[in-house]
Design a binder for this molecule. Structure first.
Ligand SMILES: NC(=O)c1ccc[n+]([C@@H]2O[C@H](COP(=O)([O-])OP(=O)(O)OC[C@H]3O[C@@H](n4cnc5c(N)ncnc54)[C@H](O)[C@@H]3O)[C@@H](O)[C@H]2O)c1
Length: 264
């Protein structure tokens, strides 16, 4: 795959899936704007430039609409276009419905779906201004298998990811109806071996569960017999970003080792 001279924004780029996606886009020739709440996002950009790639970084809370507009103004003045937006930033909250405050519930929505909404509001005005030769711009939103099924103890996370799924399909149809050259797709990973999953494991260990048992239980949920890797998800992102998938919009791509395919 080649993303030569494509301009890409990746949120959640300080670690795990977002970081690996940013590095891969840069390897394939793109200019990557790496965004994250954490200041360590600079390390992702430094890693890319040390390997001869092109990257910029900015600390941005994806819930900050004014910050998004400022960033898009920067991209417009530096690159005059935006080809690919990947919304990886996400936040997981564990707790029963009784123990989760409404403020905590709301925070998951603010970050996981509000961040996606605000990114699109800011990015689409630039993404839709492009010549025929430039092909379609593309937005990829990280939802989750949690969007499709109940997830006990993770009500806020599951509901927010279901909202990302819905928002993705609406955006795809709306932009098509408006004749915008922008497609929008979602990726639904099952359990991927990342910092987020390790944080979830730590929460379970704190509530008295044994680490080995947790890992085995997680693996057992996946017919493929393993957890997903960051590379599994990055390849799905690359597929949806590639112009050769230009007939794909409003689609939900599961990266789930067979999870959700049926009775298991
Ligand atoms: N890891 C999994 O098993 C899994 C499964 C399904 C879906 N996902 C989704 O994939 C995406 C990436 O997951 P991951 O495992 O790489 O997560 P991660 O927690 O390892 O990384 C997420 C990144 O998002 C950043 N972030 C969080 N809140 C932010 C905010 N308000 N503004 C800007 N940045 C913010 C974090 O600082 C972090 O760098 C997330 O949306 C997640 O919900 C992950």
């Amino acid at each position: 795959m080649s993303f030569d001279d494509k301009v890409v924004i990746v949120t959640g780029a300080a670690q795990s899936i977002g970081k690996a996606a940013a590095v891969e886009f840069a390897k394939q020739g793109a200019v990557v704007y790496c965004l994250d709440l954490q200041s360590s996002v600079s390390e992702t950009a430094n890693l890319i430039t040390a390997e001869g790639g092109r990257a910029e970084f900015q600390r941005l809370d994806v819930t900050d609409q004014a910050g998004w507009y400022d960033l898009l103004e920067r991209v417009r003045s530096e690159r005059s276009k935006l080809d690919i937006l990947v919304n990886c930033a996400g936040f997981v909250q564990k707790g029963s419905i009784e123990d989760t405050s409404y403020e905590e519930f709301q925070r998951s929505f603010d970050v996981n779906v509000g961040g996606v909404f605000k990114s699109m509001r800011a990015a689409v005005p630039l993404m839709r201004v492009r010549s025929k030769e430039q092909g379609l711009a593309t937005i990829i939103n990280l939802s989750s298998m949690a969007a499709f099924n109940g997830m006990p103890m993770y009500s806020a996370y599951g509901a927010s990811k279901a909202a990302v799924w819905s928002l993705t399909r609406t955006a795809a149809l709306e932009f098509a109806r408006l004749k915008y050259p922008v497609r929008v797709n979602a990726i639904h990973p099952a359990t991927i071996d990342t910092e987020m999953t390790r944080a979830v494991m730590r929460m379970s260990i704190q509530s008295g569960e044994d680490e080995e048992t947790i890992v085995q239980q997680m693996i057992a949920q996946h017919p493929s017999g393993r957890l997903g890797s960051v590379e599994d998800v990055v390849f799905a992102i690359m597929y949806l970003a590639d112009e050769r998938s230009s007939f794909t919009t409003g689609f939900s791509l599961t990266v789930a080792g067979g999870r959700g395919a049926g009775e298991w």
